[in-house]
Ligand binder design. Structure first.
Ligand code: AKB
Length: 331
């Protein structure tokens, strides 16, 4: 089927031309609902298909197309791509770092077999494929402050291993078959409307809810554990901007992106500017061991230089927007 080429504006502020039809897998996770909303504004509500294996909550069901898709079911995915004439896949299905360690066989199936399905389908149907990667794709042998795009990657979680696998397989499919694979390595993503699903950076979301609900916060990471972080709006904007880039602007298929780095103690200090009575305790659990192998500061200078990546939210902006959004929920 020959549809005219999709045309993008150089400044990435406006979208013109033919609108891609997008399938988002694992769309009921932390990022899918937000990305669907951003993309639907740009490409049209009917062109963006959210998918997952559970029933959509009413707000999602009412927001636009939502379909059942089990990432392990190749035929079903094939059917969706053909029936809905999909151009891009945004592949969000994955078990995150902490839950992955609790169910390694399932993480291998979802994160590795699921990826194989979308890779093969993207090759077959000439789709553009976005797979997020993560700071978790690095390990104790990587330089941790700062961590550049290209360095030793020997992660110690199944999540990290599966993401390195995704980066390598995607880049292989790009070089071998010309498949348009793109990946961004994200830091911990902080959001108000949706919750993270079992990661090592989740404390940085819990703190806002605890501050408003009880005024008592227990961090599952030590007070001095520095990790890279980003507010969800920056994260979603990076995906859309990156997906719309003409191929010639990409010097590599996988880029680090980030916005800030902080420790639990630094975040507590910033949150106390909004909730002065907040009490904080630090009780490290098994997630500490994961965090201790991850980047402290992420070097995203290539993304900034090659395609103009720029974050909007620093730690202060993050706290301001999180309280603006969550206060009405708890008042
Ligand atoms: C996790 O903590 O597992 C994720 C990530 C940084 O990839 N949020």
């Amino acid at each position: 089927e020959n549809r005219p080429e999709i045309i993008y504006n150089d400044d990435h502020t406006k979208y013109e031309g033919n609108k891609p039809r997008v399938l988002i897998t694992g769309s009921l996770g932390q990022l899918g609902t937000g990305l669907a909303s951003v993309m639907r504004k740009r490409y049209g509500v009917q062109n963006v298909f959210m998918s997952d294996i559970i029933k959509a909550p009413p707000n999602v069901a009412a927001s636009g197309p939502y379909v059942f898709a089990d990432i392990l079911d190749f035929k079903r995915l094939q059917e969706l791509i053909v029936t809905h004439n999909i151009d891009w896949i945004v592949h969000f299905s994955a078990l995150l770092s902490a839950v992955g360690e609790n169910n390694v066989p399932l993480a291998m199936r979802v994160n590795i077999e699921g990826l194989h399905n979308v890779l093969e389908l993207s090759k077959q149907y000439k789709l553009k494929l976005f797979v997020p990667s993560t700071i978790g794709a690095f390990g104790p042998d990587s330089p941790r402050n700062p961590t550049p795009d290209l360095c030793i990657q020997r992660p110690r979680t199944i999540y990290g291993v599966s993401k390195v696998h995704a980066e390598l397989m995607g880049e292989y499919y790009y070089h071998r078959f010309g498949m348009d694979f793109r990946s961004l390595r994200f830091p911990g993503v902080i959001s108000a409307d949706t919750n993270p699903g079992g990661g090592t950076t989740d404390y940085a979301v819990h703190i806002f809810h605890d501050a408003l609900q009880t005024g008592d916060f227990t961090s599952f990471l030590r007070r001095d554990t520095r990790l890279p972080m980003m507010y969800i709006d920056d994260c979603l904007r990076s995906v859309v901007q990156f997906m719309e880039l003409p191929n010639k602007q990409l010097k590599q298929r996988t880029y680090n992106v980030t916005a800030m780095s902080f420790t639990p103690e630094e975040l507590v200090a910033e949150v106390r500017k909004h909730v002065p009575h907040l009490k904080a305790k630090y009780e490290a659990d098994s997630r500490q061991k994961i965090a201790d192998t991850w980047p402290e500061v992420f070097d995203d200078s290539n993304a900034r230089a090659d395609w103009g990546w720029k974050h909007d939210y620093d730690i202060k902006g993050l706290c301001d927007i999180m309280f603006e959004k969550l206060r009405p929920v708890y008042d």
